[in-house]
Design a protein around this ligand. Structure first.
Ligand SMILES: [Zn+2]
Length: 284
């Protein structure tokens, strides 16, 4: 198997366009001995240096793991990804997504001129995020479209078409889902010392999109239009935590599908909006 690192920077790349930290300023001005880096992505293919019929040689087929916003730059930096066998061509035969984050999916927009639908591998939760919350699949359906392939998290491996001889297996790892994911309704803020500005800063990026936040190794904070709303949200989080703990101890959780959760979220929004408008009427 051959792995090629296409990009190794975190979200935003290095230097990040609006960042004036010491490192970004230094690499921009040439005063820091560092390489500019594009956003994280790798490509994988079968190892066949003889260029035989098993995916080696100039026309080797690569599976792209994550389509970063820098994909066009990354393709230009790797000329063998353009084997030029026909008027429109690419050595990328399939795409595997490790999550549904912007940094790993935006490149799909740039790959929309494909002459055939992209074979696209992802888990059910990532698929739901990209259908319901960040409707990139819907947008792509107006261009090349995708043929979704399911990545299971039960340890069963899979094989990516066009990349023979490589067995893939997905391992669930702890991480934050994308901010628009319904699986991130109660986010976890990084640990910070209680009572400090550091704690405020750990919560700040999460405040706009949520109404309850878990604070790592600390506790939970909720808020709302009034004290009662904030209090009820705290009750909800604690009630949910008890259910989660109990089901964890029992060893089985029947989790609703992201589609079902999205339906419930819609209903909640409607109820909240109705409540707010009736409160406003009472004020006048
Ligand atoms: Zn920076």
């Amino acid at each position: 198997m051959k792995i090629r690192v296409l990009g190794s920077a975190a979200g935003g790349g290095f230097p990040q366009w609006n960042c004036n930290c010491r490192n970004c300023t230094g690499v921009r001005g040439g005063t820091l001995r560092a390489h500019a880096r594009t956003q994280s992505s790798i490509a994988v293919r079968a190892h066949d240096p003889t260029g035989g019929t098993h995916g080696g040689g100039r026309s080797a087929s690569w599976a792209l793991v994550n389509a970063s916003p820098d994909i066009l730059t990354q393709l230009r930096a790797n000329p063998d990804f353009q084997p030029a066998r026909s008027a429109r061509d690419t050595a990328i035969c399939a795409i595997v997504l490790v999550d549904g984050q912007v940094d790993h999916t935006t490149g799909l927009y740039m790959l929309r001129e494909s002459t055939r639908p992209w074979a696209l591998w992802c888990t059910d939760t990532v698929c739901a995020d990209l259908e319901l919350r960040h409707p990139i699949f819907q947008v792509l359906s107006h261009f090349c479209g995708i043929e979704r392939r399911r990545v299971a998290l039960d340890g069963s491996g899979f094989a990516v078409e066009g990349v023979p001889g490589v067995r893939w297996q997905a391992l669930p790892v702890a991480g934050k889902p994308a901010p628009y994911s319904p699986n991130r309704e109660v986010p976890l803020a990084d640990y910070a010392t209680p009572g400090t500005q550091e704690l405020v800063e750990s919560l700040e990026p999460l405040v706009h999109d949520h109404n309850a936040i878990l604070m790592a190794n600390h506790g939970v904070v909720t808020y709302g239009e009034d004290l009662l709303t904030a209090y009820m949200r705290m009750e909800t989080v604690e009630h949910f935590a008890k259910i989660a703990l109990t089901t964890h101890m029992l060893g089985k959780q029947n989790v609703l599908s992201p589609e079902r959760v999205a339906q419930l979220t819609e209903i909640r929004k409607k109820i909240e909006n109705a409540k707010i408008s009736s409160l406003r009427k009472q004020e006048f």
